[in-house]
Design a binder for this molecule. Structure first.
Ligand SMILES: [Zn+2]
Ligand SMILES: [Zn+2]
Length: 380
């Protein structure tokens, strides 16, 4: 399909059997119908059908691209620059049912793989890899950098992952480079990846001596993972292109570091808030007190107001967990637990007995609302 073609080319609208004013959806379904009809799998050995199939793809490639279509409408085939009428595989991504994978499609039109240059073996992105990492609670609070060792397969530098010497690749004879084979069973076309070449479309005739033909080298890589403050159990950190290498020079997959944060003996985390329990005795609860608490921000004075009840909370703003998105910190919530002495010295007993005389006794049963309050107290 170039300037040297002296035969007058058919009108693209005629090729697809549509009107010039056709809308995108009609164009698409017209193309789908025609492509199915002239599909090489349905017309094995029929050269005319194959040519028609290619012609359809070219026509659709132009008319589904608004810029190319405008140029074509105005100037006809001359309006398309050299190469402008070439088939662009991107417009066919939604026709997977017709083409199977795009690589096979690209090969069919003599374009090679999507990422590789023409004539190279097809490229494939490497697999993503998961790495589970357990970190200390403190590290999750403050953020840290941790070095991890990741077993991985590195693309062989010598053959760039192809597994073959420079002239050591041949087109697979079984699938003729398409990477898949088609079986005919009654009316059914069944596509299978080619077993001889493993779907690669090429066979290694002279193995690379750097990797003994495997295309990759096993190694253990040390990676530094920057862990931002505020990560929680289940947080996934993505390390771009640190997964398995791609095939045929394709990009590597990604490495996902999945975080698990160890429990802390004192603090419990709920979202961005930290919770802890601080016991006080009855006198402290009645009179109020100040308790020194070792937090992630050093020693902090927790002011327990007088008359505090068991289970009530003292909230300390901004002393909780940093939010990963940089949006400030949560709070530190101190749950006050009022403890009654279980053993009294003689002196303490005397003081308690005096107190007993002075305090009013309020032993009437309260309404049931109290139970709801009690439930709150029980929550840690
Ligand atoms: Zn093959
Ligand atoms: Zn190699």
């Amino acid at each position: 399909m170039g300037a040297e073609n002296t035969v007058t080319k058919a009108d693209y609208y005629d090729v697809l059997g549509v009107q010039k004013a056709v809308d995108d959806n009609t164009l698409k379904s017209a193309y789908r119908k025609m492509a199915m009809r002239y599909h090489p799998d349905r017309n094995p050995g029929d050269k005319a059908a194959e040519e028609k199939f290619k012609e359809l793809a070219e026509a659709y490639s132009v008319l589904s691209d608004p810029q190319k279509r405008a140029a074509y409408d105005r100037y006809g085939h001359d309006g398309l620059q050299a190469g402008g009428a070439s088939v662009n595989p991107d417009v066919f991504t939604e026709f997977n049912d017709i083409f199977g994978d795009l690589f096979g499609f690209g090969d069919f039109f003599g374009m090679g793989g999507r990422r590789g240059a023409a004539g190279q073996s097809r490229t494939q992105r490497g697999e993503d890899v998961r790495y589970d990492l357990t970190i200390e609670f403190e590290d999750a609070m403050r953020g840290t950098a941790i070095e991890i060792q990741v077993p991985r397969l590195d693309a062989c530098g010598k053959c760039r992952g192809k597994g073959a010497q420079a002239d050591g690749l041949v087109t697979c004879p079984t699938c003729r480079g398409r990477g898949e084979v088609v079986f005919q069973q009654a009316f059914l076309q069944i596509r299978r990846p080619c077993t001889q070449c493993g779907g690669r479309g090429q066979l290694v005739r002279k193995a690379c001596d750097g990797c003994r033909g495997e295309g990759y080298i096993r190694s253990e890589r040390k990676l530094k993972v920057n862990i931002p403050a505020g990560v929680d159990t289940g947080t996934r950190l993505r390390l771009s292109e640190e997964g398995q290498p791609g095939a045929g020079g394709g990009p590597a997959g990604d490495l996902y570091v999945v975080i698990r944060v160890k429990e802390h003996p004192v603090f419990q985390r709920h979202d961005a808030d930290l919770h802890c329990i601080v016991p006080v005795n009855v006198a402290q609860a009645a009179l109020g007190t100040q308790v020194d608490l070792l937090t992630f921000d050093g020693l902090q004075a927790v002011k327990v107001p007088e008359g505090i009840q068991h289970g009530q909370q003292v909230r300390m703003r901004g002393l909780g967990v940093p939010r990963v998105n940089g949006n400030g910190r949560g709070d530190l919530v101190v749950h006050v637990e009022v403890r009654v002495p279980s053993k009294l010295t003689r002196e303490q007993r005397k003081a308690m007995e005096q107190l007993l005389q002075l305090l009013p006794s309020e032993n009437e049963p309260e309404d049931k609302g109290l139970f709801d309050k009690l439930k709150d107290f029980l929550v840690q």
